[in-house]
Design a binder for this molecule. Structure first.
Ligand SMILES: Nc1ncnc2c1ncn2[C@@H]1O[C@H](COP(=O)(O)OP(=O)(O)OP(=O)(O)O)[C@@H](O)[C@H]1O
Length: 270
């Protein structure tokens, strides 16, 4: 168990309570408006998917939730606490975990050491408890057999798993997944989806940005589409993928695409 202060302990919240809320979040990079008064509510234990065209601002949204990028305007509340002006390390300690599109592990450290660092500095656990947490996460993510391998020697799938393991090492209450399935083969995507399904079943709150739509739609309760700095759709995966505007701006038109149609392997390109 983490020795860090746990003001947001899961057990103190009512089931289904709101875990994350974004109100009036705006962000501009020069002339590019990537967030235009965004509103988002995520319930405790919910699994939410986000799709949208390239450059829509999806990763920037995660960066604003994780504290890597400051919004120009608006408020972010996590676990009942306003975190808008808190830095990334503080938010991580409160339970915000994220993966990055391009994994950047400590290449000269082993897989175990990488997750141990996350347990120590993210979750704030020490000694034997940190080692036990790291080993549990490696087991959960299928990395135990290669725990002693240097991160620099990993395949793409293994790097993606390590990215997930590093996020889990911080014992998050909210897990932000940024394109963890991109670049993987279909069997690899299935393996990763299995791990994420188990995390979801454990009650972890998940927000997942993904272009591999067929795996996303069967992994989430709710799907949102971000385009032009705004959410243009929010609903069940089936509803959102049938939405005319979503189809036009993200899926590029074409025959009606439902969650059933997307259940098979293959990537739906934006
Ligand atoms: N630090 C930054 N400085 C300047 N511009 C940035 C910065 N970060 C992102 N951008 C720009 O903001 C826009 C949104 O980028 P972002 O990476 O959030 O989009 P995205 O929806 O995640 O795209 P993709 O699906 O391709 O990953 C892009 O035009 C990008 O070039």
């Amino acid at each position: 168990m983490s020795s860090r202060e746990r003001p947001l302990d899961r057990t103190t919240d009512a089931p289904g309570a709101e875990l994350l809320s974004l109100t009036g979040i705006s962000k501009r990079f020069g002339k590019v408006l990537v967030a235009d008064r965004l509103q988002l509510r995520v319930g405790d234990g919910e699994a939410v998917g986000i799709v949208g065209p390239n450059g829509a601002g999806k990763t920037t949204l995660f960066s604003m939730v994780s504290g890597d990028v400051a919004p120009d305007d608006g408020e972010i509340v996590f676990g009942g606490r306003t975190v808008t002006r808190l830095g990334a390390a503080a938010r991580c300690r409160l339970g915000v975990g994220r993966t990055y599109q391009v994994p950047r592990p400590f290449e000269n450290m082993t897989v175990f050491e990488n997750v141990l660092v996350a347990a120590q500095y993210g979750a704030g656990v020490r000694g034997r408890a940190a080692a036990d947490l790291a080993l549990a996460v490696l087991d959960q993510t299928g990395l135990l057999p290669i725990a002693n391998r240097h991160a620099g020697a990993l395949t793409l799938l293994q790097r993606k798993r390590l990215e997930l393991a590093r996020a889990l090492g911080g014992q998050p209450r909210l897990l932000l997944l940024d394109e963890v399935a991109g670049g993987l083969t279909d069997p690899e995507v299935e393996e990763l989806a299995g791990i994420i399904a188990a995390l979801r079943a454990s009650g972890l709150t998940i927000v997942w940005i993904e272009h591999v739509v067929h795996v996303l739609v069967r992994s989430v309760d709710r799907l949102l589409c971000l385009a032009g700095g705004a959410f243009i759709a929010d609903g069940s995966p089936e509803e959102v993928l049938r939405d005319d505007t979503v189809r036009e701006v993200y899926l590029g038109g074409g025959p009606e695409l439902t969650a059933v149609d997307t259940a098979g392997p293959g990537e739906v390109a934006p």
